[in-house]
Design a protein around this ligand. Sequence first.
Ligand code: ZN
Length: 121
Amino acid sequence: MDEHLGACERCGATLSPGLVLCGACATPRDTVPMWAGPLMMGRPQVDPNPVPPPVYSRWEAGPTTFGPRTKFAITVVVVFLVLSIGGIFLLGGPMVFVWPPVMIVGAWRFLRDVWRSDRVK
Ligand SMILES: [Zn+2]
């Protein structure tokens, strides 16, 4: 059974398969053949909210990183701790060659992680 065959609803003319309009009175058919579907859809679908490309930043705050103010605050605190606590060892004692370097290296690695460039968007 060919669903494209039928009579025009308006004038009763026999409709040929594949015609969108009646050949006699140009009344649109009630059923649009499959091949005409793409022609009837209008503009192509465009995503209204495209996913933005990832943005990496060393300064902006992101979901997993702090903003520049917080990073500066962390840096100040860490440097202060290294200078103050490490300074105590520098006053003397056998550990002066152990803990100050360890603290400096630890602080360096910690701050490097704090200030790493990370995805913010
Ligand atoms: Zn007709």
